[in-house]
Design a protein around this ligand. Structure first.
Ligand SMILES: [Zn+2]
Length: 469
């Protein structure tokens, strides 16, 4: 080897050394996401312009000015979307996901008639593991396409629900339904409790995206002694409990006839709130009951569409938030909504409480977005991992296009998110750092086969019961 070639090799080695130094200067991360706007929904509801988020091993490691993030982080994958807004994924705090297969089965009825004449009989007849799998897949598909990254489910065959959640990549609190009557899934209360415990033992600490829980249907369908068992077992297993709470006047009437009390007071007296509790609806709390929810840290999930559709009423959401109750938003099941569109719940919440109170300041847009994200995460016990885009939290976020005619022009991002954005504007969905949907293509579920399967089950339902026809 002559001198020239030795010099050349030395120079080449020096260049490789310098370029590797440059590479080392940038921290290598799994994913960098950038857009014109990042609404963090942190404590200050910070809105950043031309910002980016660095994500590694499912966690947000940095967030800030896009140029600065680019200077410090090299993403193995990069999503750059100019005219979009990045925000935390929406949290659906109450649903019965597989009821998507009962969508439109019985409309224009009040809660008790709807439940006892149509829903309970249909559940006994049709709900089996295949039904739950197909219905939950359909629900997850719909939720991902609408920007929901976390949901609280309350339904039968929870092991099937967990398998679908595990596969499709969303985050969920899965509450195994317990009701004091035959359901098709369980013969009776004891059977349902055994199934709930078996589910919890199998899925607790199995997948960090899945939080197992127990769902006690309601104070009017389960006797106090049995509700005490639910709470005791949930505390022993260290899992939360979800319950329909003070949903309708009819519920209050039944509880009053049985126990001469209102629902929340009744549950407080039997120490039902002695562990983490997610209360769905909370339409009729009395002024004396709201402080109980605060003291016991009971999360309240507001479901405006369902509450209006089955004529349950208008929950005193402003009053609960002012008192310090953690209030989140939910869709309820698709049989009483009839979709799982959280943007609709956001918009309705912003509108109906202004109408109800004759006060345009009653429910400001930002307060509603908090309920759909950060406060919702607090209400369901996931504040440590979800609800805002902050360093150290899990990377659950959505990217929304601002290009549509109904989002033009743009003066105020928050105004658009509450009053104008639709589910179809959500372009990309990331949960736990994994891309579940990109440019509206869901990557973790087979949309065509899920819809085909759902239609096949619906044909069977329609043929056999011909409800409402
Ligand atoms: Zn419900």
């Amino acid at each position: 080897m002559n001198l020239t070639s030795r010099s050349f090799i030395a120079l080449l080695g020096f260049c490789i050394f310098v370029s590797s130094l440059e590479l080392q200067a940038k921290e290598s991360v799994d994913l960098v996401v950038s857009a014109n706007y990042v609404l963090t929904m942190d404590r200050n509801n910070t809105l950043l312009e031309k910002a980016a988020i660095a994500i590694d091993k499912g966690t947000i490691v940095a967030i800030g000015n896009a140029a600065l993030i680019d200077e410090h982080y090299a993403g193995r994958q990069h999503i750059s979307s100019a005219n979009q807004v990045i925000m935390p994924g929406l949290i659906n705090g109450h649903t019965h996901s597989a009821m998507t297969l009962f969508r439109g089965i019985a409309d224009d009825l009040a809660l008790m008639e709807w439940l006892t004449k149509y829903i309970f009989p249909a559940e006994i007849q049709f709900v089996d593991p295949d039904f739950i799998r197909a219905g939950t897949q359909l629900a997850c598909l719909e939720m991902i396409k609408g920007g929901t990254t976390t949901f609280v489910d309350m339904y039968f065959h929870p092991k099937e629900i967990a398998k679908v959640v595990d596969e499709c990549g969303v985050r969920a609190v899965i509450a195994a339904a317990v009701i004091d009557q035959e359901s098709g899934y369980a013969k009776n209360f004891d059977d349902a409790m055994n199934k709930a415990e078996s589910f919890i033992q199998e899925w607790k600490n199995k997948n960090s995206r899945i939080t197992p829980a127990i769902a006690a249907h309601a104070a009017y369908t389960i006797a106090p002694e049995k509700l005490k068992i639910v709470r005791k077992r949930a505390n022993a297993l260290d899992v939360p409990v979800s319950i329909h709470l003070s949903e309708s006047k009819a519920e209050l009437e039944i509880v009053n006839n049985l126990y001469q009390d209102t629902s929340i007071n009744h549950l407080e007296k039997i120490d039902f709130f002695s562990g983490p509790t997610i209360g769905a609806h909370v339409v009729w709390p009395t002024a004396e009951e709201i402080p109980i929810l605060v003291k016991r840290k009971v999360g309240a999930i507001h479901n405006p569409t369902s509450n209006m559709k089955i004529s349950s009423g208008f929950a005193p959401v402003s009053e609960m938030l002012d008192a310090g109750v953690k209030v989140g938003l939910g869709t309820d099941g698709a049989a009483s909504n009839n979709d799982l569109d959280m943007w609709e719940e956001i918009r309705l919440t912003a509108l109906i409480h202004k109408g109800r109170s004759l006060n345009p300041k009653a429910m400001p847009a930002l307060r509603v977005l908090e309920m759909a994200t950060r406060t919702g995460a607090e209400a369901i016990g996931l504040a440590q991992t979800s609800g805002s885009l902050s360093v150290g939290k899990r990377a659950d976020m959505i990217l929304i296009s601002l290009d549509a005619p109904h989002l033009t022009p743009l003066y105020d991002v928050i105004s658009h998110l509450v009053y104008a954005v639709d589910a179809q504007d959500v372009q990309t969905v990331i949960v736990d750092g994994k891309i579940l949907m990109q440019d509206r293509k869901v990557l973790t579920l087979d949309e065509e086969s899920i819809i085909k399967n759902a239609r096949a089950i619906a044909e069977k339902v329609n043929r056999e019961i011909r409800l409402n026809k």
